[in-house]
Every structure is written in structure tokens, then in C-alpha cells.
Design a protein around this ligand. Sequence first.
Ligand SMILES: [Zn+2]
Length: 153
Amino acid sequence: MTKKATSNESEASASTDVLTPAQRAFCMSHNRGKDTKPEILLRSACHALGLRHRLKANIPGRPDFVYMSSKVAVFVDGCFWHACPVHYQAPKTRAEFWNEKRQRNRARDEAVNAQLIARGWIPLRVWEHDVKADVEAVACHIAELVRERSRER
Ligand SMILES: [Zn+2]
């Protein structure tokens, strides 16, 4: 009555090999080395959806890239530096120092958001881990927002 593993083997090996295009792109670019950061992955995914970004704009906060016509500023926030709720773990040593630094970063993020909103911009902050998990989903979200905003204006 025992079911042997052999019957499932082909299925199992097939499923281990299945990656979404986004995951595969991520893995491949990851192997290419240190240059491919999450913001670059996201930027090219957005570009593939037809969005045309700029890297620099004369606005507060140094966003990773921006969409001028819809005034959307994209920030890819690192899980550690911006203390994401999923991955951030306080370092064991110098806890006080890191805690203060984290709070300073968060306060600065919020100040930048407020300054951008005051100038008619939308600060769009995405987590590094979301980009790594599914860059295309994040890019689609950005594309919707950018197109929606372009229509409004
Ligand atoms: Zn995270």
C-alpha cells in the first residue's frame, strides 16, 4: 500500500525548475553581480511596461527614479535601512545606536514624503523585498499609478 516516491519524482523535479519570468530575471541578474540592485530591476521592469523615467529631478529626497509628467517619485526602500516590518531585526550590538539611526531614517522619510506632497508629487515607496519577490507586480502597480495621474493632469 505504500506509495513509492518514484511516482512523484518527475513532478517534483519539474516543479523545482519553474520560475516566473520575474524570478528568473532576478536570479540571472543577481548572478551577474553587484551592479543589479532592486531599483535597477524595478526601473527596467517599468520601462518594459512603456514608462519613461528620469533619474534626476530637482525635488527633495533623492528618489531612485521619477516620472515627470505624472509627478510620481519612486523610492526603493532597503529592508534594513528603512526598517521594514518583515525583515528588520535590531542588531545585537550597539542596539541604541541602530535604534536611533532607524528612527532618524524613518523621520527623514516622512519629512521627504511631506515635502513632495506639498509640491504636488506622489512619493511612492516600495520595499526592496517586494521588488525581489515580484518585480513585475510592483512595476504594474507603478504603471497604473503613473497612467492614472497622467490622465488626471
Ligand atoms: Zn523586507
